[in-house]
Each structure stands twice: as C-alpha cells, then as structure tokens.
Write a new protein. Structure first.
Length: 392
C-alpha cells in the first residue's frame, strides 16, 4: 500500500503546481505548532512504546545537546495502551509499559523542559490493532489534556470509506475544546489532497505513506512533494514522515541530503533513531543549528525546485538537484547530487526567486562562505549542499 500512497502526491502535485500561489487562508488559533515540530518518535527505531523509552529519549535529547538545538517533543507511537478500553470507555495505558501511568511520565518530561506526545487513530483500531478513537473523540481528547499530553499524532487505519476530512475535524474540535494546547499531527498518508485543507484542521499533515530506511524512500518523498511546497506556512506544514537519520542504512552524504531536504521543505523534524546508540556523525547532522534555523524560520515557507538553463525539466518522479526557498532574512539554495558524484553550480540570475546580483552565502554543512553572483559545490553521490544566501 505504501507505494500507492506515494503515487497520490505525485499525481496531485502536477495539478497543484498551477494553483501553487493561492495563499493559505486559515490556521488554527493555538500557540503551538507555529514552526515545524521538532523532537523524537520511537517508531522508526522499533523501540517499545513505553515510559522507559520516553524517559530515556528525554534524557538523551538533553545529554546529546539536541534539546538545546530545539528538539522538544518526546513522542510515543502506536501500542502504548491496553488492547481494550476500560468500563467507562477510557483508553488505558498498558501497566507493563507505563507502571506509573502516563501523567507521571508527561510531568517528569515537562520538568525537564520538554513536551510529551502520543499516538491515536481516527478509526476503530490503530494500525497495530489497539483501540482507535472513532466515537470516543471528546472523551479521548479530555483524557489526553488531563494527562498533559502536548502532541497527538492521529492515524488513519480501520476507518470507514469516504472523505477523511470530517473525521479529522471531529478530533480537532475535541482537542480545541480542552484547556490544553495540543499540537495536532494528521497522519492520513496524503489522501484526499490533505495539503489543501490540512492547515484548517491540524498543525501538520503526512503527505504520503511510511518512510522506509533507505535512500530511495527519502529521495522519493522529497521529490514527489516538491509540487505542494506552497501549502506550508506558519502553523501548518507538509509532514514528510519521521527521520531515518542515525538508523544505520544511509551514508553520511545521504543523511545530510535527507535531513537537508526535510529541513528546507519545512517538514517536522522528528528523530526516529535510538538515541542510546546513535552515532556522533548523525547527531552532528541533526544538530546543525543553521539548518534547523532554516526549518524554523518565521516565514514558514517551504523550498521547492527551480530549473536553471540547460537543466532537465523538474519532475516529481525523481529527486531534482536544484532547490530554492525564501527566508525571513534571505534565501536558501539547495544542491543535490542525485545520481553520481558531481560539481553543481548556479547563478543567482538564473533563480527567479532571487534574481541577478551579488550576495553573501554560507554553505551550512561545511561552513564555507563567500560573496558572489552564484554558488557551487563538489558533491559526492547523494550529498547535498545547503546555502544560506543574504544581501551582500
Ligand atoms: C502507520 C503510520 C506510521 C506509524 C504506524 C504505527 O503506518 O503511518 O507512522 O505510526 O502506523 O502502527
């Protein structure tokens, strides 16, 4: 199924390119999710959905310096509850996984200056077969708020056929009716053109099926969603899925490109690796402050592809080498070596968003900087250079 879901954005991106400039009308009136969420989720690394996992991740975010860079949410995915609701219809934290309950863990995490997130489902069952929230939205939202849950990922398994939007709105209304601001993360895999209505319903929306731990998956997610970049804006973002940086399958170059593409596309940055064993090189990529600052820029605009003279037509079928985005204080230019090691260069005059002129630039992975009418990079295969471009 995952590959089917991947196709949807590709097809729809072609149509959305033509309406890309329509402004986003409405955002949720909350104090959270104004910039893309940053944090940790246990799912990609296959860590158990338990108190131990959450508290270990919280400790590691601090000790590895990731909290200082902005990683804030400690999110626990599918499987944290018992297999059935209690006599009053409430979700029940699995006592084996949460010996002191959820509230105690959430408050410990709050005391560490971090936030805590949980996962649920808009159907009758979660994707792993635990109870879903259909018909229990208000009750579940109240329970989450009472525990101090700060982030709610809402999945799309075991759902009735038909439009998903009303289901996601029911939970939005239930969350907004509580006295706690909860970041609402829609996880319906890019169906029903969610990017066209996602910002009215939640703070981010998954744009496709699940990422897998390989370069092809990361490259195809970034490629197929270049056409829907314009739907990102403050308070609502295209969610490319949780990161695979640090999970052992990608080369260092691929980790730089995967992280860089997510960051400039304003995707949430949710670390999906086991922080107890993650390598230093991966931590260094995740903690690149300047690249994080691009992701968190107040303008909230996502980068997309541009076509320099002589380059092939951009396509959402395969990763494109040339990317540009507007920032509150300049521009970001991304260059990706998609098929082989190569030297890439562009003139600012050939980038419509920037235009001819002399600008100051810094490459954010190497720290190299200069002033000129363009930028260039020698890249190994699947590597990415990310230039911050500002007035000279
Ligand atoms: C779906 C979601 C994933 C993850 C799993 C858990 O596949 O898309 O991100 O939450 O469910 O079962």
């Amino acid at each position: 199924m995952a590959s089917l879901y991947h196709l949807l954005p590709t097809l729809l991106a072609i149509t959305s390119l033509t309406i890309a400039s329509s402004p986003i009308q409405k955002r949720l009136n909350t104090t959270v999710g104004i910039t893309p969420a940053m944090g940790f989720n246990n799912y990609n690394a296959g860590l158990p959905p338990s108190a131990e996992t959450a508290l270990n991740a919280a400790d590691a975010l601090i000790s590895l310096g990731l909290k200082a860079v902005g990683y804030e949410y400690v999110n626990i995915d599918d499987g944290w509850s018992t297999m059935s609701r209690d006599g009053e219809g409430n979700l029940v934290p699995d006592p084996e996984k949460w010996p002191d309950g959820i509230e105690a863990v959430a408050s410990e995490i709050h005391e560490m200056g971090l936030k805590f997130g949980l996962y649920g489902d808009s159907g009758t069952e979660t994707c792993a077969g635990y109870p879903g929230s259909q018909g229990h939205e208000e009750q579940d939202a109240k329970l989450l708020a009472s525990w101090g849950v700060d982030y709610w990922k809402y999945d799309n398994c075991a759902t009735p056929s038909g439009d998903s939007q009303p289901r996601y709105e029911t939970m939005r209304d239930a969350l907004l009716a509580t006295d706690h601001d909860i970041l609402y993360s829609l996880c319906q895999w890019g169906q029903d053109e969610v990017w066209t209505w996602g910002a009215e319903v939640g703070h981010s929306w998954r744009v496709g099926g699940d990422i897998t731990n390989d370069w092809e998956s990361a490259a195809s997610i970034a490629a197929s969603n270049a056409g829907i970049a314009s739907y990102a804006g403050p308070g609502g973002f295209n969610d490319f899925d949780m990161l695979e940086v640090g999970n052992g399958a990608l080369t260092a170059a691929e980790e730089r490109a995967h992280f860089g593409l997510w960051a400039i596309s304003k995707s949430p940055l949710l670390i999906g690796a086991d922080l107890a064993t993650i390598g230093n090189a991966s931590v260094e990529i995740l903690s690149n402050k300047e690249i994080v600052a691009i992701n968190q820029d107040s303008l909230g605009l996502a980068a997309t592809t541009f076509q320099p003279p002589g380059a092939p037509e951009p396509s959402t079928d395969s990763l494109y080498p040339y990317w540009v985005g507007e920032l509150s204080d300049g521009y970001v230019v991304g260059l990706v070596a998609v098929d082989a090691a190569e030297s890439l260069s562009v003139e600012f005059a050939d980038i419509e968003a920037i235009g001819a002129g002399t600008f100051a630039w810094t490459e954010l992975y190497t720290g190299e900087s200069g002033t000129g009418t363009g930028v260039s990079a020698d890249l190994e295969v699947h590597d990415m250079a990310i230039f911050k471009v500002t007035a000279a």
